[in-house]
Design a protein around this ligand. Structure first.
Ligand SMILES: Cc1cc2nc3c(=O)[nH]c(=O)nc-3n(C[C@H](O)[C@H](O)[C@H](O)COP(=O)(O)OP(=O)(O)OC[C@H]3O[C@@H](n4cnc5c(N)ncnc54)[C@H](O)[C@@H]3O)c2cc1C
Length: 505
């Protein structure tokens, strides 16, 4: 009896249910499939592949040490699996459930059909606190707690040798007509142990204080997102480790507790896409279905996606993202809000560009977050960030801006956040001519904000309020958290400041 273990976004051997169970029942054929069609999808990019390629090298080393190396095969999953099932006496296929994009959703349906034809059972294991066919959110928090605090799967001690890897990790690069510039300093899959250790030893100390500061967040955030996205790290193992550390390390417990609550968001968001895969392409609240469908300004999209909007913090965030593949949460939210409110860009191309940029691209977090920041969920406030105030308060000395917008580096702090206000004589003095060395702002902030507000009001007037309420109720039933705020009546820091404006208020 041979069990085929299909690795997907779960590139590890610890707390890996399919591998652990398969190993208990006999021989295991561990397989990863490179699907060229997947790598042509508009939300994928070479930088994501490079991280996966490194993770596969590590996984292969770990599996080889157990006795059976990883088979990395290229082709459509149905074709590869059919061939393997003909070549080996496969009695079952085991994998984790995948909450991916619509392409992987369709691929899984095709694989299900194939394995049914071949009469080979496909056992799919839960990988996160994300539940298939969940009807509503009433019991989600309790179910999530049970899953996350559950016993971890043991690492297999040995795997019987079956065959050599026939295609030993041969170089593969997706051939894409258009792709982003290569990351000059992307996170690598090889540094997971150091990243974990340094976070739990000292970096977590400033987690809460620095999480929204562009120059500091890169150090004080956990930076564990790509390891979670491709499953090098088990989310529940990390949660359990965090709880232990909170008890053991008094000096870090404040930072670690707020990290712990962020970790809870991981599964909360992925559950949304699991329950409703169309979140990738359709507005969650149908009232917003046609919002921003017209008036797409491609010049503004180019300026935004390349970091040339004329707003220094926006441009610095985008350029940093293009170069490193990572941004902290607040900057991601601000980039989306600026694109979707100030520039009135449809959220779909915005989502695709950012997905390509993120090394840690996780569809289940990405699309629900994009819709939340673009104001199309119907259950979250329409939050518009003021990029000038954000800049003055989160990067007052402009360390981050100067690093990524080098044309602004000589400007004194007083002009840095609004360079367009500088007289021509000063522009010459500081070697930065507006409109030549650095762009003038693509839009006027106040006007853009007024227009966005007006357009949202008009959109809401197209249906009667009873209909809006009913649709909102349905979204709440399906997707909203049932958890009460820990201190009722106290607004969270993110919603309280004047750095962003809730258009609904
Ligand atoms: C528009 C937008 C798109 C995003 N797209 C992604 C994405 O594709 N992949 C991704 O991993 N995260 C995404 N996030 C969430 C968040 O910004 C990143 O998880 C975080 O910046 C990653 O850095 P970190 O691991 O150091 O975070 P930490 O703050 O150290 O958090 C630890 C982990 O908790 C989870 N987490 C943290 N914040 C959130 C959140 N707001 N929602 C859900 N889970 C969270 C992530 O798994 C993260 O790795 C997105 C946020 C926004 C606003």
């Amino acid at each position: 009896m041979i069990s085929l273990v299909w690795f997907k976004r779960d590139l590890r051997i610890d707390d890996h249910g399919p591998l652990a169970d398969a190993a208990r029942h006999g021989a295991v054929l561990p397989v990863y499939i490179i699907e060229p069609d997947y790598w042509q999808q508009p939300d994928t990019s070479v930088r994501q592949w490079l991280f996966i390629e490194q993770s596969l090298q590590l996984l292969n080393q770990q599996l080889t040490a157990l006795g059976q190396s990883l088979l990395v095969l290229k082709g459509p999953a149905t074709q590869v699996l059919r061939q393997l099932c003909q070549e080996f006496p496969i009695t079952q296929v085991l994998s984790h459930e995948e909450t991916g994009n619509l392409w992987t959703f369709q691929r899984d349906l095709a694989v299900k059909q194939l394995l049914k034809e071949l009469a080979i059972p496909w056992l799919q294991y839960q990988q996160h606190a994300v539940f298939r066919a969940l009807k509503n959110r009433d019991l989600w928090a309790e179910q999530a707690d049970t899953y996350l605090s559950g016993t971890l799967y043991p690492k297999p001690t040995a795997l019987p040798f079956l065959c050599h890897s026939r295609q030993p990790l041969q170089p593969f690069r997706p051939h894409r007509a258009l792709d982003l510039i290569p990351c000059s300093s992307a996170q690598t899959a090889f540094v997971l142990p150091d990243t974990l250790q340094s976070f739990f030893n000292y970096r977590a100390k400033d987690y809460s204080r620095h999480i929204s500061l562009p120059d500091k967040a890169q150090h004080s955030s956990s930076r564990l997102s790509p390891y979670l996205a491709y499953g090098q790290l088990s989310l529940r193992a990390l949660q359990q480790q965090t709880l232990r550390q909170i008890k053991q390390q008094a000096a870090l417990s404040f930072g670690l507790s707020s990290f712990y609550s962020r970790l809870r968001w991981h599964c909360h968001f992925i559950q949304k896409l699991e329950s409703d895969p169309l979140i990738e392409t359709e507005a969650l609240h149908p009232g917003y279905a046609r919002l921003r469908k017209q008036d797409f300004n491609s010049d503004w999209f180019w300026a935004w996606s390349n970091g040339y909007t004329g707003y220094p913090l926006i441009d610095a965030c985008m350029r940093s993202l293009l170069a490193t593949g990572w941004l902290h949460f607040r900057a991601r939210a601000m980039l989306v809000a600026f694109a979707c409110y100030h520039l009135w860009l449809d959220w779909r191309p915005v989502a695709l560009h950012l997905a390509q940029c993120f090394v840690d691209y996780e569809p289940g977090i990405h699309y629900p977050q994009i819709q939340m920041q673009a104001g199309t969920t119907g259950i979250n406030p329409n939050r518009m960030y003021n990029p000038v105030l954000q800049s003055q308060q989160k990067d007052p000395q402009g360390h981050f801006i100067r690093r990524w917008c080098s044309e602004l580096r000589l400007l004194p702090d007083s002009w840095l956040h609004q360079p367009w206000l500088m007289p021509l004589s000063l522009q010459r003095q500081y070697g930065c001519l507006l409109g030549t060395d650095y762009p003038m702002p693509v839009v006027d902030l106040q006007q853009a904000m007024r227009l966005a507000k007006q357009r949202i009001t008009e959109c809401k007037q197209q249906q009667d309020s009873e209909w809006w309420r009913e649709q909102k109720h349905q979204v709440v039933q399906r997707h909203a958290s049932r958890k009460r705020p820990s201190r009722p009546g106290v607004k969270s820091a993110s919603s309280a400041g004047q750095l962003s404006l809730d258009l609904n208020e």
